[in-house]
Design a protein around this ligand. Structure first.
Ligand code: ADP
Ligand code: MG
Ligand code: MG
Ligand code: MG
Length: 414
């Protein structure tokens, strides 16, 4: 699939190279000289350009043949744009209106032309700035439930689902980043790791906990081999863009078929990290804003559960838990649904705990903690996050529901 004709775009060459595309000129007009091009990629991997004319605006996202964060010493296949494109089309079908509209895809150039979300900003920066987003938890819970349920054999025909698993199985190197950076590297001194120096004693404790390492590998086994549904794969607050009242999900190049609880678990971790980092970012509004973040988590889980149950009752058309076996026999399937949700909850808590670890211990940290310049302030907040993460992985059984999760977060925050 590697692309003989590929050339990375630059702000100088972009107009000339894209002016022949109807999908672009339809929105910007044909006076390419007048287009304004700005490279805005702030992610770890790709080029992202905003292109504007007096008629309209677009985003052009192009993969680079290496990891942007590290440089060309770490090559990475261009085909991730192909998986991002396919993931976006599936998400648009499974939860309409939640992803940017796609205008054009060029496989050779590893390039996607899409809707410019504006004035949306990255949710992580809103969380650091102390801004609220209306109905954030409800949006996230619904999005996770719909994409999880509708991408699984609870809903899809086995033929369609298995064909799709086959397609996404070609996405090898990108999930491999998750497999290494998320599940393995945090738990030993891997070469690319870094951490806040003052955390050393806490980290030693984690890395000497054999049960913790074992459970992280159990979850890696599930992540790598359980193809329950198509996950976004990189669902953190940097992959959500929002205004105060409108929310979209971007950047699904890590998509693959994986456990039902993966996305919501990773996302929950990112809300918890936002929560634990707040004492360094807020003043007198600290408590109120932290309470709001916790309410987003609660809301996310309650709407996930409500939507999942709704889809269970209205769209259960796949081979799993078929109506022919339950309802058609006059038997309720409610406890079966309870059981599926309980398994999702357990998996999600463990993915959540592991994500909380890797964002402080492995390669790609998050701005919630990283922008706290004084390490003597940052370290104790990261330590709360690390210790709660371990509890989520090891004492999963003691946490029955989101209420218990929130209560636990409050005890670590004290
Ligand atoms: P990466 O895969 O490198 O992380 P992203 O898809 O996350 O790239 O995009 C990087 C940044 O570009 C985002 O953080 C956001 O600021 C901006 N961006 C990406 N897609 C859009 C879009 N559709 N509309 C507006 N801004 C976008
Ligand atoms: Mg990104
Ligand atoms: Mg750090
Ligand atoms: Mg990305």
């Amino acid at each position: 699939m590697e692309n003989a004709n590929y050339t990375a775009l630059t702000p100088e060459t972009l107009s000339t190279r894209l002016v022949a595309l109807p999908a672009v000129t339809e929105r910007l007009g044909t006076d390419a000289e007048s287009w304004q091009v700005k490279e805005v990629g702030d992610g770890n991997l790709n080029l992202v350009f905003i292109v504007q004319s007096d008629q309209g605006s677009i985003i052009v996202k192009q993969a680079l043949p290496y990891v942007r964060l590290v440089g060309d010493s770490w090559p990475l296949p261009l085909y991730r744009a192909y998986f991002e494109y396919h993931a976006l089309t599936r998400q648009a079908a499974r939860d309409p209106g939640t992803v940017p509209e796609i205008y054009h895809f060029d496989e050779d150039q590893a390039l996607i032309v899409m809707e410019f979300l504006s004035p949306h900003v990255i949710l992580r920066s809103k969380l650091i700035a102390g801004e609220k987003v209306d109905d954030l938890g409800a949006f996230c819970g619904k999005y996770c439930a719909r994409t999880a349920f509708r991408g699984s054999e609870l809903s899809m025909t086995s033929a369609d689902k298995k064909a799709d698993v086959g397609l996404f199985a070609g996405n090898v190197e990108i999930p491999a980043i998750t497999e290494g950076l998320v599940f393995t590297d945090p738990y030993f001194e891997a070469e690319l790791n870094n951490h806040t120096p003052e955390l050393e004693p806490v980290i030693n404790e984690l890395r000497n906990n054999i049960e913790l390492k074992r459970m992280a590998q159990v979850m890696l086994t599930k992540f790598a081999s359980n193809t329950e549904t198509m996950v976004h794969g990189d669902l953190h607050s940097g992959s959500i863009m929002a205004t105060q009242s409108e929310i979209r999900v971007i950047d699904p190049e890590f998509a693959q078929y994986a456990p039902l609880g993966f996305d919501i678990g990773m996302l929950t971790a990112n809300y918890l990290m936002a929560y634990f980092s707040q004492p360094a970012h807020r003043g007198t509004d600290l408590e109120a804003y932290q309470d709001w973040i916790l309410s987003v988590i609660t809301e996310c889980w309650s709407s996930f559960e409500a939507e999942f149950r709704h889809l269970w009752n209205t769209e259960r058309t796949g081979m799993l838990f078929p109506k022919s076996l339950f309802e058609d026999q006059g038997h309720s399937s409610e406890t079966a649904c309870d059981g599926v949700l309980a398994d999702i909850w357990q998996d999600a808590l463990r993915f959540c705990g592991i994500e909380m670890h890797r964002r402080c211990l492995s390669l790609a940290h998050n701005a919630d903690f990283e922008t706290i310049e004084d390490t003597t302030v940052r370290a104790p907040l990261e330590a709360r996050n690390l210790q709660m993460g371990a509890e989520l992985v090891l004492k999963t059984d003691t946490l029955k529901d989101a209420k218990a999760l929130i209560a636990l977060a409050r005890t670590f925050n004290a």
